[in-house]
Design a protein around this ligand. Structure first.
Ligand code: RIB
Ligand code: CA
Length: 311
């Protein structure tokens, strides 16, 4: 059993990640912490509560986090995730109360309580994770690792940017936070655009239509979440679910270890995750990130079908 804290900016693919995480016996979600990203924090936090109530996980603490990046002005991706952040899905107004602990307090409390049994999972901007590291610089020694959906590492032909030519949105949204995280000593596993946008690892139109033919309530939610994006982008990139799937079963993934640092000054390169690939500079002990470079597509997509849509 892996104990996780799910830090998230729900978000259509975050919603699929919720459905997967809470339907995986290998995981125990200790808390959900929310961060501004895809939509503003108020919307994202409410979406997290709506999803917990839909799933029936109302005993899981939901903690408020950063309402803006550490330094930058707030931006959002509503053009992709829709005004509410959940596509065309309509879920009831939540009754769930916000936990009295904020995101940083929860992360630090669970790190002290669970230690190496705790995996931090961040599927939105890294603002909360950076804030937790600033509050407790010993956090990297306390927890097992941080698994993120984030980065564009240019290790596969798909590892290009989506927020700009070279940067992935979660990192781009708060590059200073990402720089703190990647230089903190926290062991990081990254599901970047290199694999989350790989055509073999996406939800294809055929897979979407298969889900559309299923009539259970989870499949209907997935259809309402994804339908406009599937039409617009000829399928759907399973960004955040890929990070969750890694925690569920790392044997489905091949990773390569590199030193990664962040570009925070560039005009064209804001949020670029710069990978040290020069063979004469690839110093083992400096490598801070295990980057996913390959996915066992049949096993990954079966996991999505069985657990994101399954009862
Ligand atoms: O670039 C994809 C990431 O940005 C995903 O986490 C998505 O939810 C958005 O936050
Ligand atoms: Ca996200």
């Amino acid at each position: 059993m892996k104990h996780i804290i799910l830090d998230t900016d729900p978000g259509v693919d975050d919603a699929l990640a919720f459905l997967l995480a809470f339907n995986s016996p290998e995981l125990k979600v200790e808390a959900v912490t929310t961060v501004a990203g895809n939509v503003n924090h108020t919307k994202g936090h409410k979406n997290a509560k709506k999803l917990l109530e839909f799933i029936g996980a109302t005993d899981v603490p939901v903690c408020a986090g950063a309402e803006k990046p550490l330094i930058r002005v707030m931006s959002h991706a509503e053009e992709f995730h829709g005004k509410t952040g959940l596509g065309e899905a309509e879920l009831p107004e939540p009754k769930l109360e916000t936990d009295h602990r904020n995101a940083v307090e929860m992360i630090l409390e669970k790190a002290d309580e669970l230690g190496k049994d705790l995996t931090l999972v961040a599927i939105g901007p890294l603002t909360n994770i950076a804030a937790a590291l600033l509050a407790d610089p010993k956090l990297p020694e306390k927890v097992d690792k941080l698994v993120i959906m984030g980065g564009a590492f240019n290790l596969t032909p798909y590892g290009l940017g989506n927020a700009n030519a070279v940067a992935e949105f979660n990192i781009w949204h708060d590059p200073e936070a990402a720089k703190i995280v990647f230089n903190s000593g926290l062991p990081i596993v990254a599901a970047g655009l290199d694999t989350t946008t790989h055509p073999d690892y996406r939800m294809s139109v055929d897979m979407f239509n298969e889900i559309k033919d299923k009539k259970d309530r989870r499949s209907k939610l997935v259809v309402d979440l994804c339908k406009s994006l599937v039409e617009k982008f000829n399928g759907f990139s399973l960004h955040d679910p890929q990070a969750i799937a890694y925690v569920v079963d790392p044997t489905m993934f091949k990773t390569e270890k590199y030193k990664v640092d962040l570009e925070v000054h560039g005009e064209l390169t804001r949020g670029m995750t710069v990978v040290e690939r020069r063979y004469y500079r690839r110093v083992k002990e400096e490598a801070n990130t295990d980057i996913i470079v390959e996915v066992d597509a049949p096993r990954f997509l079966k996991l999505i079908m069985d657990r994101v849509t399954g009862e």
